[in-house]
Design a protein around this ligand. Structure first.
Ligand code: HEM
Length: 424
């Protein structure tokens, strides 16, 4: 895809329009954190030491859910090798499990497709998210967005990094790639997060889904008449087996990409900052040597994966780590459990950007591995570079009695990161 037609002036105008838009407070949507579980890791370890694979209901601190007697007992996996084995065998373990929730709110998406349908559909959008194609956004767009956000508080000496930066930059980046107008950012950021948290509030999620569909209908119409330099124009013209995608297929793609692009990176960059701010020696090391940023990000994704659970369904009866699994059983892969497997990592609970074992499943694994991982890595690196370039003496500065922490079960991140700093 070519974005070359977007010139520097457009970018500057876009950044100017973006500056100062703080659509809503992430605290308003606190229930989207999906449970205020603070530390699920001791429970994962306890379970893993019993067995990396469990049959039946598991209590993670919010009470075990009721079991449906008409379906096979659910499976919970908390080991690294076992998680990889499930994700690798995408014939035996199907993604169709997502039909229940995501199809209702997003429509049919690649997340729930199996091969070969999945491969064909993913190939339509994946070129846009290759690292080479993304390179041009680094300085042109991402750095500008983060610099503008920093400008809005640089004189204050104190800020909440979640409210001021991490909650705001990923939405602006994905919106530009899709080609959505800046004045709409506040609305679709809210819709994206409400849609993603449908499990916490069904009605609100469904309403957001309908709102996004109506919103995209107008954009599609416009792009058919006036194609522009963006992913939506590409999708209305692309062909699969000689056929154009129909509108519903495009809405589904967009309803997946928007929350995937908005919420995950916002949480991931918050977790990275939390890891560094609570380990000032490692923050200093990264400040001194920026080439450490990529490994710091990977370590934060291992230590605190923001997408903490992925699901599959066993298509026939099988066995995993010697544990029998009934055909048709839903399988929950606890990525946080896999990423802290004591059999794979030395001191797994320690945040250590210098650890040797860097492989993790924070972006999933196998054919459904995160399609936006290069974008997420690039955005987060640029954001951290801007923060380190412009804010010295950066440290956590909570109000008296304020507990700064990462929380959530399915999605995890800090709700707030108050810091003090001196401007450079
Ligand atoms: C650090 C931030 C991110 C994390 C931790 C993350 C995590 C994940 C995970 C774990 C999966 C696998 C789901 C499964 O196998 O069931 C996934 C899939 C996906 N991600 Fe991300 N993601 C991030 C950022 C993004 C961004 C920025 C985008 C795009 C704009 C994106 C788009 C997608 C898409 C489209 C899929 C589905 C791929 C498929 O089914 O083939 N993600 N992501």
């Amino acid at each position: 895809m070519a974005f070359e037609s977007l010139g520097g002036n457009d970018m500057a105008a876009q950044r100017e329009a973006i500056n100062g838009i703080l659509p809503f407070d992430p605290n308003e949507l606190k229930d989207t954190v999906s449970g205020n579980i603070v530390n699920p890791y001791p429970r994962y370890e306890e379970l893993r030491r019993e067995s990396p694979v469990h049959v039946g209901a598991v209590d993670f601190g919010e009470g075990a859910s009721d079991l449906n007697p008409d379906v096979p007992l659910p499976i919970t996996v908390v080991g690294f090798d076992e998680t990889v084995a499930v994700l690798r065998d995408n014939g035996l373990y199907s993604s169709c499990v997502y039909e229940i929730v995501t199809e209702a709110v997003m429509g049919r998406t690649i997340l729930q497709m199996d091969e070969p349908e999945h491969r064909e559909h993913r190939a339509l959008v994946s070129p846009t998210f290759r690292s080479k194609v993304l390179a041009r956004w680094e300085e042109e767009l991402v750095r500008g967005i983060v610099d503008d956000l920093i400008d809005s508080f640089i004189d204050k000496g104190h800020v909440d990094l979640v409210q001021a930066i991490t909650f705001n930059f990923p939405v602006q980046v994905i919106a530009r790639i899709l080609g959505l107008p800046q004045q709409d950012y506040p609305s679709f950021q809210r819709w994206a997060i409400e849609l993603n948290s449908v499990a916490a509030n069904w009605e609100r999620g469904m309403a957001a889904s309908a709102a996004l569909r109506d919103y995209f209908a107008a954009v599609l119409d416009e792009r058919r008449k006036n194609p522009a330099d963006d992913l939506i124009s590409e999708l209305v013209h692309v062909e699969l087996d000689g056929q154009r995608l129909d509108d519903e297929e495009i809405y589904s793609f967009l309803r997946l990409l928007l929350p995937a692009g908005v919420e995950t990176t916002y949480r991931a960059s918050g977790n990275l900052l939390f890891g560094l701010l609570t380990h000032p020696d490692q923050l200093n090391a990264v400040r001194e040597d920026r080439s450490l940023i990529p490994q710091a990000f990977e370590e934060s994704l291992r230590w605190e994966p923001p997408v903490a659970v992925v699901l599959r369904r066993a298509m026939e009866s099988t066995e995993l780590a010697g544990v029998p699994i009934e055909g048709g059983a839903d399988v929950a892969l606890m990525l946080g459990g896999a990423n802290r497997d004591h059999r794979k990592y030395e001191n797994p609970d320690e945040f250590n950007i210098f650890r040797k074992e860097r492989q993790h499943v924070g972006f999933g694994f196998g054919v459904h591995v995160c399609m936006g991982m290069h974008l997420a890595r690039m955005e987060t690196r640029i954001a951290l570079e801007a923060i380190l370039d412009r804010l010295d003496d950066l440290k956590l500065d909570p109000a008296p009695g304020q507990d700064i922490r990462i929380e959530g079960l399915a999605f995890r991140s800090p709700v707030s990161l108050p810091v003090s700093f001196t401007a450079r």
